[in-house]
Design a protein around this ligand. Structure first.
Ligand code: HEC
Ligand code: HEC
Length: 471
Protein backbone atom coordinates (compact mmCIF):
# COMPACT_ATOMS: atom_id res chain seq x y z
CA UNK A 1 0.00 0.00 0.00
CA UNK A 2 2.81 2.31 0.93
CA UNK A 3 5.19 1.65 -1.97
CA UNK A 4 4.37 1.30 -5.61
CA UNK A 5 5.57 -1.92 -7.27
CA UNK A 6 9.10 -1.55 -8.58
CA UNK A 7 8.27 -2.49 -12.16
CA UNK A 8 6.29 0.71 -12.67
CA UNK A 9 9.50 2.53 -12.07
CA UNK A 10 11.39 0.67 -14.70
CA UNK A 11 8.69 1.37 -17.22
CA UNK A 12 9.13 5.09 -16.69
CA UNK A 13 12.82 4.92 -17.40
CA UNK A 14 15.87 6.70 -16.10
CA UNK A 15 15.22 10.32 -17.17
CA UNK A 16 12.03 10.55 -15.17
CA UNK A 17 13.68 8.89 -12.24
CA UNK A 18 16.33 11.59 -12.32
CA UNK A 19 13.70 14.29 -12.38
CA UNK A 20 12.29 12.68 -9.30
CA UNK A 21 15.47 12.43 -7.27
CA UNK A 22 14.80 15.91 -5.94
CA UNK A 23 11.36 14.74 -5.04
CA UNK A 24 11.85 11.34 -3.55
CA UNK A 25 8.81 11.80 -1.35
CA UNK A 26 6.33 11.92 -4.19
CA UNK A 27 4.20 9.01 -5.00
CA UNK A 28 4.87 6.85 -1.98
CA UNK A 29 1.39 7.52 -0.75
CA UNK A 30 -0.42 8.35 -3.91
CA UNK A 31 -2.86 5.56 -3.43
CA UNK A 32 -3.39 6.43 0.21
CA UNK A 33 -6.25 8.67 1.31
CA UNK A 34 -5.28 12.31 2.02
CA UNK A 35 -3.71 12.65 5.43
CA UNK A 36 -5.27 14.82 8.01
CA UNK A 37 -3.20 17.55 9.60
CA UNK A 38 -2.61 15.57 12.76
CA UNK A 39 -1.17 12.49 11.05
CA UNK A 40 2.43 11.56 11.86
CA UNK A 41 5.11 12.49 9.33
CA UNK A 42 5.73 10.09 6.49
CA UNK A 43 8.30 7.38 6.97
CA UNK A 44 11.41 8.98 5.45
CA UNK A 45 12.66 5.58 4.35
CA UNK A 46 9.70 4.93 2.10
CA UNK A 47 10.79 4.41 -1.50
CA UNK A 48 9.99 6.94 -4.18
CA UNK A 49 7.01 6.43 -6.42
CA UNK A 50 6.26 7.40 -9.96
CA UNK A 51 5.93 10.73 -11.58
CA UNK A 52 3.20 9.31 -13.76
CA UNK A 53 0.75 9.44 -10.87
CA UNK A 54 1.71 12.94 -9.85
CA UNK A 55 1.45 14.22 -13.35
CA UNK A 56 -1.90 12.57 -13.77
CA UNK A 57 -3.00 14.03 -10.45
CA UNK A 58 -1.89 17.51 -11.34
CA UNK A 59 -3.37 17.18 -14.78
CA UNK A 60 -6.72 16.22 -13.37
CA UNK A 61 -6.69 18.89 -10.70
CA UNK A 62 -5.35 21.73 -12.76
CA UNK A 63 -5.51 21.10 -16.46
CA UNK A 64 -4.51 24.64 -17.31
CA UNK A 65 -1.29 24.54 -15.33
CA UNK A 66 1.71 22.73 -16.81
CA UNK A 67 3.18 19.73 -14.94
CA UNK A 68 5.94 20.33 -12.43
CA UNK A 69 9.56 19.38 -12.87
CA UNK A 70 11.60 17.86 -10.05
CA UNK A 71 13.42 21.17 -9.56
CA UNK A 72 10.12 23.03 -9.33
CA UNK A 73 8.88 20.56 -6.75
CA UNK A 74 12.05 21.04 -4.74
CA UNK A 75 11.62 24.82 -4.86
CA UNK A 76 7.97 24.68 -3.87
CA UNK A 77 8.71 22.46 -0.89
CA UNK A 78 11.32 24.95 0.31
CA UNK A 79 8.48 27.50 0.68
CA UNK A 80 5.96 25.37 2.54
CA UNK A 81 4.16 24.00 4.30
CA UNK A 82 4.96 26.14 7.33
CA UNK A 83 6.22 23.90 10.17
CA UNK A 84 4.07 23.70 13.30
CA UNK A 85 6.60 25.35 15.57
CA UNK A 86 9.19 28.05 14.94
CA UNK A 87 12.91 27.39 15.26
CA UNK A 88 14.09 27.40 18.89
CA UNK A 89 15.45 30.61 20.36
CA UNK A 90 18.06 29.75 22.98
CA UNK A 91 18.77 33.47 23.57
CA UNK A 92 15.40 33.47 25.41
CA UNK A 93 15.23 30.76 28.07
CA UNK A 94 11.44 31.21 28.42
CA UNK A 95 10.75 31.34 24.66
CA UNK A 96 8.56 28.23 24.84
CA UNK A 97 7.35 28.51 28.42
CA UNK A 98 3.52 28.71 28.33
CA UNK A 99 3.45 30.83 31.52
CA UNK A 100 5.72 33.38 29.85
CA UNK A 101 3.37 33.41 26.82
CA UNK A 102 0.42 34.12 29.13
CA UNK A 103 2.29 37.03 30.67
CA UNK A 104 3.35 38.26 27.24
CA UNK A 105 -0.25 38.06 26.03
CA UNK A 106 -1.33 40.40 28.84
CA UNK A 107 1.58 42.77 28.25
CA UNK A 108 0.87 42.92 24.51
CA UNK A 109 -2.62 44.31 25.12
CA UNK A 110 -1.72 46.51 28.10
CA UNK A 111 -2.25 50.22 27.40
CA UNK A 112 -0.92 51.16 30.83
CA UNK A 113 2.52 50.42 29.39
CA UNK A 114 2.69 53.85 27.78
CA UNK A 115 3.26 57.43 28.81
CA UNK A 116 -0.28 58.37 27.83
CA UNK A 117 -1.99 55.17 28.98
CA UNK A 118 -3.39 54.78 25.47
CA UNK A 119 -0.83 52.79 23.48
CA UNK A 120 -0.37 49.02 23.64
CA UNK A 121 1.47 46.77 21.22
CA UNK A 122 -1.97 45.72 19.93
CA UNK A 123 -2.75 49.37 19.23
CA UNK A 124 -0.53 49.15 16.13
CA UNK A 125 -0.37 45.37 15.76
CA UNK A 126 -4.15 44.97 15.81
CA UNK A 127 -5.18 41.31 15.82
CA UNK A 128 -8.38 42.14 13.91
CA UNK A 129 -6.21 43.52 11.09
CA UNK A 130 -3.80 40.60 10.88
CA UNK A 131 -1.64 42.29 13.55
CA UNK A 132 -1.08 45.43 11.47
CA UNK A 133 -2.73 48.88 11.50
CA UNK A 134 -3.83 49.30 7.90
CA UNK A 135 -2.13 52.68 7.46
CA UNK A 136 0.96 53.61 5.46
CA UNK A 137 3.14 54.73 8.36
CA UNK A 138 2.50 53.97 12.01
CA UNK A 139 1.37 56.40 14.69
CA UNK A 140 1.62 55.90 18.45
CA UNK A 141 2.15 58.89 20.71
CA UNK A 142 3.67 60.51 17.64
CA UNK A 143 3.97 59.74 13.93
CA UNK A 144 6.62 57.26 12.76
CA UNK A 145 8.27 57.10 9.38
CA UNK A 146 7.84 53.39 8.76
CA UNK A 147 5.02 50.98 8.08
CA UNK A 148 3.83 48.51 10.73
CA UNK A 149 4.64 44.93 9.72
CA UNK A 150 2.56 42.03 11.00
CA UNK A 151 3.85 40.00 13.93
CA UNK A 152 2.25 36.81 12.63
CA UNK A 153 4.92 34.14 12.11
CA UNK A 154 7.54 36.63 13.27
CA UNK A 155 9.46 33.97 15.21
CA UNK A 156 10.74 32.53 11.94
CA UNK A 157 12.65 35.71 11.09
CA UNK A 158 16.37 36.07 11.53
CA UNK A 159 16.37 39.88 11.88
CA UNK A 160 13.64 42.16 13.19
CA UNK A 161 12.47 45.58 11.97
CA UNK A 162 12.71 46.72 8.36
CA UNK A 163 16.37 47.53 8.98
CA UNK A 164 17.11 44.43 11.08
CA UNK A 165 18.43 46.46 13.99
CA UNK A 166 17.28 43.76 16.42
CA UNK A 167 18.64 40.23 16.22
CA UNK A 168 16.23 38.72 18.75
CA UNK A 169 12.47 38.87 19.08
CA UNK A 170 12.71 39.73 22.79
CA UNK A 171 15.21 42.54 22.17
CA UNK A 172 12.92 43.96 19.47
CA UNK A 173 10.02 44.38 21.92
CA UNK A 174 12.03 46.62 24.25
CA UNK A 175 12.50 49.29 21.61
CA UNK A 176 8.90 50.48 20.99
CA UNK A 177 8.22 50.65 24.75
CA UNK A 178 10.88 53.34 25.19
CA UNK A 179 10.47 55.03 21.80
CA UNK A 180 9.09 58.55 22.47
CA UNK A 181 6.86 58.22 19.36
CA UNK A 182 5.46 54.78 20.21
CA UNK A 183 4.77 53.92 23.89
CA UNK A 184 6.95 56.82 25.09
CA UNK A 185 7.59 54.88 28.29
CA UNK A 186 10.75 53.92 30.20
CA UNK A 187 11.94 50.67 31.72
CA UNK A 188 11.44 51.61 35.36
CA UNK A 189 7.87 52.76 34.68
CA UNK A 190 7.23 49.49 32.83
CA UNK A 191 8.37 47.54 35.87
CA UNK A 192 6.24 49.71 38.15
CA UNK A 193 3.12 48.95 36.10
CA UNK A 194 3.87 45.24 36.38
CA UNK A 195 4.57 45.49 40.10
CA UNK A 196 1.36 47.42 40.82
CA UNK A 197 -0.95 45.07 38.90
CA UNK A 198 -1.50 41.93 40.98
CA UNK A 199 -2.15 39.72 37.94
CA UNK A 200 0.88 40.93 35.99
CA UNK A 201 3.04 40.79 39.06
CA UNK A 202 1.93 37.24 39.88
CA UNK A 203 2.58 36.12 36.29
CA UNK A 204 5.98 37.79 36.24
CA UNK A 205 7.19 36.37 39.54
CA UNK A 206 5.98 32.89 38.66
CA UNK A 207 8.19 32.90 35.55
CA UNK A 208 11.15 35.05 36.52
CA UNK A 209 11.21 35.25 40.32
CA UNK A 210 10.98 38.45 42.36
CA UNK A 211 10.91 41.85 40.69
CA UNK A 212 13.64 44.28 41.72
CA UNK A 213 12.80 46.44 44.76
CA UNK A 214 11.74 49.66 43.06
CA UNK A 215 11.30 51.63 46.28
CA UNK A 216 14.83 51.46 47.54
CA UNK A 217 17.08 54.52 47.46
CA UNK A 218 18.91 55.01 44.19
CA UNK A 219 15.98 53.85 41.99
CA UNK A 220 14.27 56.87 40.40
CA UNK A 221 10.56 56.96 39.61
CA UNK A 222 11.23 56.82 35.90
CA UNK A 223 14.46 56.35 33.95
CA UNK A 224 15.81 55.07 30.66
CA UNK A 225 19.01 55.39 28.63
CA UNK A 226 19.34 58.01 25.91
CA UNK A 227 17.97 57.08 22.51
CA UNK A 228 19.38 57.97 19.10
CA UNK A 229 16.28 60.10 18.38
CA UNK A 230 15.05 62.78 18.96
CA UNK A 231 18.05 65.10 18.93
CA UNK A 232 17.44 66.61 22.37
CA UNK A 233 16.83 63.27 24.09
CA UNK A 234 19.79 63.68 26.46
CA UNK A 235 17.83 66.48 28.19
CA UNK A 236 14.87 64.21 28.98
CA UNK A 237 14.65 64.02 32.81
CA UNK A 238 14.40 60.24 32.58
CA UNK A 239 17.72 60.09 30.73
CA UNK A 240 19.34 62.36 33.31
CA UNK A 241 17.95 60.12 36.07
CA UNK A 242 19.31 57.02 34.33
CA UNK A 243 22.78 58.47 33.96
CA UNK A 244 22.79 59.25 37.69
CA UNK A 245 22.05 55.63 38.70
CA UNK A 246 24.68 53.20 39.99
CA UNK A 247 25.88 50.67 37.41
CA UNK A 248 24.62 47.69 39.47
CA UNK A 249 21.15 49.21 39.80
CA UNK A 250 21.01 49.90 36.09
CA UNK A 251 21.98 46.33 35.36
CA UNK A 252 19.35 44.88 37.67
CA UNK A 253 16.62 47.06 36.17
CA UNK A 254 17.68 46.24 32.62
CA UNK A 255 17.74 42.51 33.36
CA UNK A 256 14.14 42.67 34.63
CA UNK A 257 13.22 44.81 31.62
CA UNK A 258 14.78 42.17 29.33
CA UNK A 259 12.43 39.64 30.96
CA UNK A 260 9.48 41.76 29.80
CA UNK A 261 10.77 41.42 26.25
CA UNK A 262 11.24 37.68 26.71
CA UNK A 263 7.62 37.28 27.83
CA UNK A 264 6.38 39.36 24.88
CA UNK A 265 8.47 37.16 22.58
CA UNK A 266 7.07 33.97 24.14
CA UNK A 267 3.59 35.27 23.29
CA UNK A 268 4.45 36.34 19.77
CA UNK A 269 6.05 32.97 19.06
CA UNK A 270 2.51 31.54 19.34
CA UNK A 271 1.18 33.78 16.57
CA UNK A 272 1.62 31.20 13.87
CA UNK A 273 -0.84 31.59 11.04
CA UNK A 274 -3.03 28.64 10.13
CA UNK A 275 -2.84 26.71 6.91
CA UNK A 276 -3.14 28.64 3.63
CA UNK A 277 -4.24 27.17 0.29
CA UNK A 278 -0.57 27.21 -0.71
CA UNK A 279 0.36 25.20 2.39
CA UNK A 280 -2.34 22.66 1.57
CA UNK A 281 -0.96 22.40 -1.95
CA UNK A 282 2.63 21.99 -0.73
CA UNK A 283 1.58 19.42 1.83
CA UNK A 284 -0.27 17.44 -0.81
CA UNK A 285 2.78 17.61 -3.05
CA UNK A 286 5.05 16.47 -0.24
CA UNK A 287 2.78 13.61 0.74
CA UNK A 288 1.94 12.54 -2.78
CA UNK A 289 -1.73 13.30 -2.30
CA UNK A 290 -2.85 13.97 -5.86
CA UNK A 291 -6.36 15.12 -4.91
CA UNK A 292 -4.98 17.70 -2.48
CA UNK A 293 -3.21 19.50 -5.32
CA UNK A 294 -6.51 21.15 -6.21
CA UNK A 295 -5.94 23.47 -3.23
CA UNK A 296 -4.43 25.92 -5.74
CA UNK A 297 -6.43 27.22 -8.67
CA UNK A 298 -4.87 26.94 -12.12
CA UNK A 299 -4.13 30.68 -12.03
CA UNK A 300 -2.39 30.41 -8.67
CA UNK A 301 -0.44 27.39 -9.98
CA UNK A 302 0.76 29.43 -12.96
CA UNK A 303 1.62 32.30 -10.63
CA UNK A 304 3.57 29.95 -8.41
CA UNK A 305 5.57 28.71 -11.39
CA UNK A 306 6.42 32.33 -12.27
CA UNK A 307 7.28 33.12 -8.66
CA UNK A 308 9.80 30.29 -8.37
CA UNK A 309 10.88 30.63 -11.98
CA UNK A 310 11.11 33.42 -14.53
CA UNK A 311 9.85 36.26 -12.33
CA UNK A 312 12.77 35.68 -9.96
CA UNK A 313 10.77 36.44 -6.82
CA UNK A 314 12.30 33.49 -5.04
CA UNK A 315 15.72 35.10 -5.26
CA UNK A 316 14.67 37.13 -2.23
CA UNK A 317 11.32 35.72 -1.15
CA UNK A 318 12.66 32.27 -0.23
CA UNK A 319 12.17 29.85 2.69
CA UNK A 320 8.99 29.11 4.60
CA UNK A 321 8.29 32.82 5.26
CA UNK A 322 8.89 33.63 1.60
CA UNK A 323 11.61 35.92 2.90
CA UNK A 324 15.35 35.33 2.91
CA UNK A 325 15.41 37.61 5.99
CA UNK A 326 18.15 39.58 4.24
CA UNK A 327 18.35 43.17 3.00
CA UNK A 328 17.79 44.46 -0.51
CA UNK A 329 16.99 47.63 -2.39
CA UNK A 330 13.94 47.30 -4.54
CA UNK A 331 13.91 50.90 -5.72
CA UNK A 332 10.51 51.75 -4.26
CA UNK A 333 10.23 55.55 -4.40
CA UNK A 334 9.89 57.24 -0.99
CA UNK A 335 6.42 58.17 0.21
CA UNK A 336 5.68 61.67 -1.08
CA UNK A 337 8.51 61.54 -3.64
CA UNK A 338 11.94 63.11 -3.58
CA UNK A 339 15.30 61.46 -2.95
CA UNK A 340 15.78 58.44 -0.68
CA UNK A 341 15.89 59.45 2.97
CA UNK A 342 15.81 56.23 4.95
CA UNK A 343 19.28 54.64 5.29
CA UNK A 344 17.65 51.24 6.03
CA UNK A 345 20.08 48.46 6.84
CA UNK A 346 23.08 50.80 6.81
CA UNK A 347 21.87 52.49 10.01
CA UNK A 348 20.35 49.19 11.18
CA UNK A 349 23.81 47.63 11.44
CA UNK A 350 25.08 50.59 13.46
CA UNK A 351 22.16 50.33 15.83
CA UNK A 352 22.52 46.56 16.11
CA UNK A 353 26.17 47.00 17.11
CA UNK A 354 25.27 49.62 19.70
CA UNK A 355 22.33 47.55 20.95
CA UNK A 356 21.94 46.48 24.53
CA UNK A 357 19.39 43.69 24.17
CA UNK A 358 21.09 41.61 21.51
CA UNK A 359 21.83 37.91 21.09
CA UNK A 360 25.46 38.46 22.14
CA UNK A 361 24.66 41.03 24.83
CA UNK A 362 24.67 40.79 28.64
CA UNK A 363 20.97 39.86 28.89
CA UNK A 364 21.02 37.08 26.32
CA UNK A 365 20.61 33.49 27.51
CA UNK A 366 22.90 32.24 24.75
CA UNK A 367 25.54 34.94 24.22
CA UNK A 368 27.99 32.56 22.54
CA UNK A 369 25.44 30.72 20.41
CA UNK A 370 25.00 30.73 16.63
CA UNK A 371 22.65 33.75 16.56
CA UNK A 372 25.20 35.81 18.48
CA UNK A 373 28.05 34.63 16.26
CA UNK A 374 26.18 35.61 13.12
CA UNK A 375 25.46 39.09 14.47
CA UNK A 376 29.07 39.61 15.48
CA UNK A 377 30.09 38.84 11.92
CA UNK A 378 27.72 41.37 10.34
CA UNK A 379 29.45 43.80 8.00
CA UNK A 380 28.77 47.48 7.71
CA UNK A 381 28.93 48.35 4.08
CA UNK A 382 27.76 51.34 1.99
CA UNK A 383 25.87 48.94 -0.29
CA UNK A 384 23.43 48.48 2.61
CA UNK A 385 22.29 52.08 2.39
CA UNK A 386 18.58 52.10 1.55
CA UNK A 387 18.23 48.32 1.79
CA UNK A 388 15.32 46.81 3.72
CA UNK A 389 14.62 43.33 4.97
CA UNK A 390 12.59 41.22 2.58
CA UNK A 391 9.14 41.00 4.16
CA UNK A 392 7.41 37.68 4.60
CA UNK A 393 4.64 37.15 2.05
CA UNK A 394 2.59 34.88 4.30
CA UNK A 395 -0.81 36.47 4.83
CA UNK A 396 0.16 39.29 2.46
CA UNK A 397 -3.34 39.67 1.00
CA UNK A 398 -4.52 40.88 4.42
CA UNK A 399 -1.74 43.33 5.29
CA UNK A 400 -2.07 46.27 2.86
CA UNK A 401 -0.57 48.79 2.39
CA UNK A 402 2.84 47.48 1.40
CA UNK A 403 6.57 48.25 1.65
CA UNK A 404 8.52 49.95 4.45
CA UNK A 405 6.59 53.22 4.13
CA UNK A 406 3.36 51.66 2.95
CA UNK A 407 4.06 53.18 -0.46
CA UNK A 408 1.75 50.81 -2.34
CA UNK A 409 -1.93 50.38 -1.57
CA UNK A 410 -2.50 47.09 -3.37
CA UNK A 411 -0.68 43.99 -4.54
CA UNK A 412 -1.34 45.17 -8.10
CA UNK A 413 0.66 48.32 -7.42
CA UNK A 414 3.50 46.27 -5.95
CA UNK A 415 3.57 44.11 -9.05
CA UNK A 416 3.38 47.10 -11.36
CA UNK A 417 6.56 48.29 -9.68
CA UNK A 418 8.40 45.00 -10.21
CA UNK A 419 7.03 44.74 -13.72
CA UNK A 420 8.16 48.13 -15.03
CA UNK A 421 10.52 49.55 -12.37
CA UNK A 422 9.15 52.87 -13.57
CA UNK A 423 10.07 55.68 -11.22
CA UNK A 424 12.38 53.37 -9.28
CA UNK A 425 14.86 55.24 -7.10
CA UNK A 426 17.96 53.25 -6.33
CA UNK A 427 20.64 54.22 -3.80
CA UNK A 428 23.92 55.36 -5.34
CA UNK A 429 25.80 52.38 -3.92
CA UNK A 430 23.21 50.07 -5.33
CA UNK A 431 24.55 46.61 -6.10
CA UNK A 432 21.42 44.59 -6.53
CA UNK A 433 21.73 42.59 -9.70
CA UNK A 434 18.64 40.44 -9.59
CA UNK A 435 16.09 43.21 -10.13
CA UNK A 436 15.11 43.93 -13.72
CA UNK A 437 11.77 44.95 -15.21
CA UNK A 438 9.73 41.81 -15.74
CA UNK A 439 7.58 43.01 -18.66
CA UNK A 440 4.89 40.44 -17.88
CA UNK A 441 1.49 40.65 -19.55
CA UNK A 442 -1.56 41.54 -17.48
CA UNK A 443 -2.67 37.90 -17.49
CA UNK A 444 0.61 36.76 -16.00
CA UNK A 445 0.42 39.50 -13.38
CA UNK A 446 -3.04 38.28 -12.43
CA UNK A 447 -1.58 34.79 -12.06
CA UNK A 448 1.07 36.13 -9.69
CA UNK A 449 -1.61 37.89 -7.69
CA UNK A 450 -3.65 34.69 -7.50
CA UNK A 451 -0.58 32.98 -6.10
CA UNK A 452 0.12 35.77 -3.59
CA UNK A 453 -3.50 35.55 -2.45
CA UNK A 454 -3.12 31.82 -1.89
CA UNK A 455 -0.56 32.58 0.83
CA UNK A 456 -3.27 33.85 3.16
CA UNK A 457 -5.04 31.30 5.30
CA UNK A 458 -6.42 30.93 8.74
CA UNK A 459 -5.33 33.47 11.36
CA UNK A 460 -3.50 32.40 14.53
CA UNK A 461 -5.65 30.67 17.20
CA UNK A 462 -8.52 32.85 18.49
CA UNK A 463 -7.38 32.55 22.11
CA UNK A 464 -4.17 34.42 21.22
CA UNK A 465 -5.92 37.01 19.05
CA UNK A 466 -8.39 38.12 21.69
CA UNK A 467 -7.53 40.45 24.53
CA UNK A 468 -6.67 38.32 27.57
CA UNK A 469 -9.14 37.80 30.42
CA UNK A 470 -8.75 40.52 33.02
CA UNK A 471 -8.92 37.73 35.64
C1 HEC B 1 3.14 53.04 17.16
C2 HEC B 1 2.85 51.77 16.57
C3 HEC B 1 3.56 50.57 17.15
C4 HEC B 1 3.54 50.12 18.45
C5 HEC B 1 2.84 50.73 19.64
C6 HEC B 1 4.32 48.89 18.45
N1 HEC B 1 4.78 48.63 17.20
FE1 HEC B 1 5.80 47.01 16.65
N2 HEC B 1 6.23 47.88 14.90
C7 HEC B 1 5.74 49.10 14.47
C8 HEC B 1 6.48 49.55 13.32
C9 HEC B 1 6.25 50.83 12.55
C10 HEC B 1 7.48 48.59 13.09
C11 HEC B 1 8.59 48.66 12.05
C12 HEC B 1 9.57 49.70 12.57
C13 HEC B 1 10.92 49.69 11.90
O1 HEC B 1 11.20 48.79 11.12
O2 HEC B 1 11.71 50.59 12.17
C14 HEC B 1 7.28 47.55 14.09
C15 HEC B 1 8.01 46.36 14.15
C16 HEC B 1 7.73 45.34 15.04
C17 HEC B 1 8.28 44.01 14.99
C18 HEC B 1 9.23 43.48 13.94
C19 HEC B 1 8.48 42.73 12.88
C20 HEC B 1 9.38 42.28 11.78
O3 HEC B 1 8.89 41.66 10.85
O4 HEC B 1 10.58 42.56 11.82
C21 HEC B 1 7.78 43.32 16.06
C22 HEC B 1 8.06 41.88 16.41
C23 HEC B 1 6.95 44.22 16.79
N3 HEC B 1 6.92 45.43 16.15
C24 HEC B 1 6.34 43.94 17.99
C25 HEC B 1 5.86 44.94 18.84
C26 HEC B 1 5.62 44.79 20.26
C27 HEC B 1 5.86 43.52 21.05
C28 HEC B 1 5.14 45.98 20.71
C29 HEC B 1 4.78 46.38 22.12
C30 HEC B 1 5.86 46.33 23.07
C31 HEC B 1 5.07 46.86 19.55
N4 HEC B 1 5.53 46.20 18.45
C32 HEC B 1 4.55 48.13 19.58
C33 HEC B 1 4.69 49.77 15.05
C34 HEC B 1 4.37 49.64 16.39
C1 HEC C 1 15.94 41.78 -4.80
C2 HEC C 1 15.13 41.07 -3.86
C3 HEC C 1 13.66 40.95 -4.19
C4 HEC C 1 13.06 40.41 -5.31
C5 HEC C 1 13.74 39.79 -6.51
C6 HEC C 1 11.64 40.52 -5.11
N1 HEC C 1 11.38 41.12 -3.91
FE1 HEC C 1 9.55 41.55 -3.19
N2 HEC C 1 10.42 42.62 -1.69
C7 HEC C 1 11.77 42.72 -1.45
C8 HEC C 1 12.00 43.71 -0.44
C9 HEC C 1 13.36 44.13 0.12
C10 HEC C 1 10.76 44.27 -0.12
C11 HEC C 1 10.49 45.45 0.82
C12 HEC C 1 10.93 46.70 0.09
C13 HEC C 1 10.68 47.99 0.81
O1 HEC C 1 9.97 48.01 1.80
O2 HEC C 1 11.21 49.01 0.38
C14 HEC C 1 9.78 43.53 -0.92
C15 HEC C 1 8.40 43.70 -0.83
C16 HEC C 1 7.47 42.92 -1.50
C17 HEC C 1 6.05 42.94 -1.26
C18 HEC C 1 5.34 43.79 -0.21
C19 HEC C 1 5.20 43.00 1.07
C20 HEC C 1 4.81 43.82 2.25
O3 HEC C 1 4.29 43.24 3.20
O4 HEC C 1 5.06 45.03 2.27
C21 HEC C 1 5.48 42.04 -2.12
C22 HEC C 1 4.00 41.71 -2.23
C23 HEC C 1 6.54 41.48 -2.90
N3 HEC C 1 7.73 42.02 -2.49
C24 HEC C 1 6.37 40.52 -3.88
C25 HEC C 1 7.37 40.17 -4.77
C26 HEC C 1 7.15 39.44 -5.98
C27 HEC C 1 5.82 38.89 -6.44
C28 HEC C 1 8.36 39.33 -6.60
C29 HEC C 1 8.66 38.76 -7.96
C30 HEC C 1 7.98 39.43 -9.03
C31 HEC C 1 9.34 39.99 -5.75
N4 HEC C 1 8.69 40.49 -4.66
C32 HEC C 1 10.68 40.08 -6.03
C33 HEC C 1 12.74 42.00 -2.09
C34 HEC C 1 12.58 41.40 -3.32
Amino acid sequence: MRARPRHRFRRLGLPLLLVLTGAAFVGARLAAPPRDAGAPPRDPGAPPGTSGDVRAGIGAAALEAPPLTGEEIRRILSLGPLPDVPPPDPTNRVADDPRAATLGHRLFFERALSQTGTVSCAFCHDPSMAFTDGVAVAAGIGGLDRHTPTVQNVAWHRWFFWDGRADTLWGQALDPLEDPLEHGFDRISVLRVVRDDPVLRGNYEEVFGPLPDLDRPGIPRAARPKRPKPAGDHRDPRVIAWDAMAADDRREISAAYANIGKALAAYQRRLRSGESPFDRFARALRDGDAAGLSALSPAARRGLALFIGDAGCRNCHSGVLLSDSEFHSTGVPPLGGGPLRDPGRFRGVERLRAGEFTASGPFSDDPDGPRAALSRGVVHDPSLWGAFRTPSLRGVAGTAPYMHEGQFETLREVLRHYNTLEGAVLPSHHQETVLRPLHLTDDRLEDLIAFLESLTGEPPPAAWREAPDPE
